[in-house]
Ligand binder design. Structure first.
Ligand code: PMP
Length: 366
């Protein structure tokens, strides 16, 4: 070889913007209280932490059998219809890879979860972005974009970063309007935070149809984000596809043991859900009491609130001001939301400090 030429990635890979995770440090490198990644402020279930020592550091069970059995029992699902992933991120990518290729189309809503775009592009598929309805998901807008190239539709319910939620009737209506060969993915990463009476029925839908997958994660309410454990459930054909292409040992032994213990620690999950429900309501009430300062918290069924800054105080200024007060939250200019901050619901005292900080900044920005 006489010409020195660097390897060049596929053009559809080059078009991907790498995922930017929530940070835990300020501009000057100072560690800040992190409310930027939708983690559980109560931490990890003590039962899960106690399970670490019991896991041998040999190859894990490649099929996560005990964990899948427990998940199946907890949700009334046949364990054979459950597949584990290295976080639900891996499963979202595998779903796109399994069902979409060059020139195919993958649909999701504007202000949808950032990984959907990457998942579509990395298999050469075309991401097709549906318009939102005041930051929420509009079923008719999604359905209007379906073509004979559509292979996958991703809907996060609740959605990240907006917190918006589609009730069960809308999920069923979306499914009924789709061709049978389109995979409908209901991403329930925040599903455990939804009040039980508001369930969207997606797990039942995945149990009844050949083309519905539900994804869940141990990263959020179970406090196991560092272990990277997610799962998906759906028809045997869909699960077989994901099993063909997943990593053979994609969930570590420690992760399997911790997730199993966390799943059995119902008290921790319930305490986390109640804390989130109550603190979210208290935080939103405080923001709404600010009156006409232009801060608009969007309704949320998740463990975070997206606040739109529509007055004199901008989201960017508020982001910097909160960092000065010791908090890092999520500012999302890269996702088309330069006017918004996404704030994870943290401990009570932190939510008070943030609400007070926002009030001070909004008043002095007038
Ligand atoms: N889906 C949504 C909507 C999310 O917000 C996240 C986490 N940011 C994930 C999936 C992925 O979570 P994990 O890979 O940790 O399971």
């Amino acid at each position: 070889p006489t010409t020195a030429k660097a390897p060049s990635p596929k053009p559809w890979i080059e078009a991907i913007h790498a995922y930017v995770p929530g940070k835990s440090r300020g501009k000057d490198g100072r560690p800040l209280i992190k409310l930027s990644a939708n983690e559980n402020p109560l931490g990890t279930s003590p039962a899960a932490l106690a399970a670490i020592a019991q896991a041998p550091a040999l190859y894990p069970d490649p099929d996560s059998t005990a964990l899948r059995t427990a998940i199946g029992a907890a949700h009334g699902i046949d364990a054979a219809r459950v597949v584990m992933g290295t976080g639900s991120d891996e499963l979202l990518n595998l779903i796109a890879q399994g069902y979409a290729g060059l020139g195919d189309e993958v649909i999701y809503v504007r202000y949808g979860f950032a990984v959907y775009d990457i998942a579509a592009r990395r298999c050469g598929a075309v991401p097709v972005v549906a318009p939102d309805a005041d930051y929420g998901t509009d079923v008719d807008a999604l359905v209007a974009l379906v073509t004979d190239r559509t292979r996958v539709i991703f809907v996060a319910n609740p959605n990240n970063p907006t917190g918006s939620y589609l009730p069960g009737g809308e999920i069923a209506r979306l499914h009924a309007a789709l061709p049978a060969d389109v995979v409908l993915v209901i991403d329930q990463a925040y599903g455990e935070y939804v009040a039980p009476e508001d369930s969207d029925g997606a797990l039942a839908l995945a149990g009844e149809h050949e083309n519905v997958l539900v994804t869940r994660t141990f990263s959020k309410i179970f406090g196991l984000a560092g272990e990277r454990i997610g799962w998906a459930t759906g028809a045997p054909g869909l699960i077989a596809t994901l099993n063909r292409i997943r990593g053979p040992f994609n969930v570590s032994a420690t992760g399997q043991a911790m997730a199993l213990a966390a799943l059995n620690d119902g008290a921790f999950v319930e305490a986390s859900r109640i804390h989130n429900r109550d603190e979210r309501a208290r935080f939103v009430e405080k923001l709404e009491a600010l009156g006409n300062h232009g801060l608009r918290p969007l309704p949320s069924q998740a463990n975070f609130v997206l606040i739109l800054f529509e007055g004199a105080l901008t989201a960017e200024t508020a982001f910097d001001g909160l960092a000065d007060r010791g908090y890092i939250v999520r500012w999302l200019p890269g996702q088309g939301l330069p006017q918004a901050l996404r704030i994870t619901i943290g401990k009570s005292e932190d939510m008070d400090a943030i609400a007070d900080g926002l009030r001070e900044m909004a008043e002095s920005a007038k």
